[in-house]
Design a protein around this ligand. Structure first.
Ligand code: 5GP
Length: 192
C-alpha cells in the first residue's frame, strides 16, 4: 500500500535493535484518515472471506482493528495481556514472547467471545518474529474457529515471522513490508 510506505518514509524513525518507531501516526498518536485507508484495503483483501469477527491484541492493534471493523461490520475482540477482574469465567490463553519488551506474557480471550462458527481475521500493527500472531492464532484455534488470515500494517520482512506464519498456511497480507532499514533512515520496501 503506497500510502503506508510513503508515511513510513516520511515519519518512521529507525532505532537500534531493529525497531521502527511510528509513534506519530500509528502507535501513539493515530492518523485516523490513514487508518480508514488501511481498513478499506483490508476489506478489499479479505472482504469475500465472510469474516464474523476481527481479533487483535492490546494495545496498538485495537485502533486499527476498530476502524477496519467499520468496513466489515463485525465485532472486534482484543486479547488482554494482563489478568483482569473484568475477565470472568473461562478464558483461552497462550504464552507470547514480546519483541519490544523482552519478556513473556500470557494473552487471554474469554471463551464467551469466540466459537467454532467464527471466521476470524487477525489484525495487528507489526509483524516481526511472529510471536504475537502465533499467540492469537493459538487462542483462536483453541475455540475451533476458522482463521481466514492476518492483516498487518507493517511487516519487518528481514525478521522471520512472515515466513514462519505463511509456511504454516496462514494467509498474511501486510500493507508495507520493510526488507531492510538502518539508523541513517535508509528503508527498503519489498515490491508486492
Ligand atoms: P512479534 O511478536 O511479531 O515479534 O512482534 C509483534 C509485536 O511487537 C507487535 O504487536 C508490535 O507491538 C511489536 N513490534 C515488533 N517490532 C516492532 C517495531 O519495529 N516497532 C514497533 N513500534 N513495534 C514493534
Amino acid at each position: 500500500m503506497q500510502l503506508m510506505e510513503e508515511r513510513i518514509r516520511k515519519n518512521g524513525i529507525v532505532r537500534a535493535g531493529n525497531v521502527l518507531k511510528v509513534d506519530s501516526f500509528l502507535n501513539h498518536q493515530m492518523d485516523i484518515d490513514l487508518f480508514n485507508e488501511m481498513g478499506k484495503e483490508f476489506y478489499r483483501l479479505f472482504g469475500e472471506e465472510h469474516v464474523t469477527k476481527i481479533v487483535t491484541i492490546e494495545a496498538s492493534g485495537i485502533g486499527i482493528a476498530c476502524v477496519a471493523a467499520q468496513y466489515f461490520h463485525v465485532p472486534v475482540v482484543f486479547a488482554k495481556k494482563s489478568e483482569s477482574k473484568n475477565l470472568d469465567g473461562d478464558v483461552y490463553t497462550s504464552a507470547v514472547a514480546s519483541f519490544t519488551h523482552n519478556k513473556v506474557y500470557d494473552i487471554r480471550i474469554s471463551k464467551k467471545y469466540l466459537n467454532e462458527n467464527d471466521r476470524i481475521l487477525l489484525i495487528d500493527d507489526f509483524l516481526a518474529k511472529g510471536n504475537a500472531l502465533l499467540g492469537l492464532l493459538d487462542v483462536c484455534q483453541q475455540s475451533g474457529a476458522t482463521v481466514v488470515g492476518a492483516g498487518i500494517a507493517i511487516e519487518k520482512g528481514f525478521q522471520e515471522g512472515g515466513q514462519l506464519l505463511r509456511k504454516r498456511g496462514l494467509r498474511v497480507e501486510s500493507l508495507a513490508i520493510v526488507d531492510a532499514m538502518d539508523e541513517n533512515g535508509e528503508i527498503v520496501f519489498r515490491r508486492q
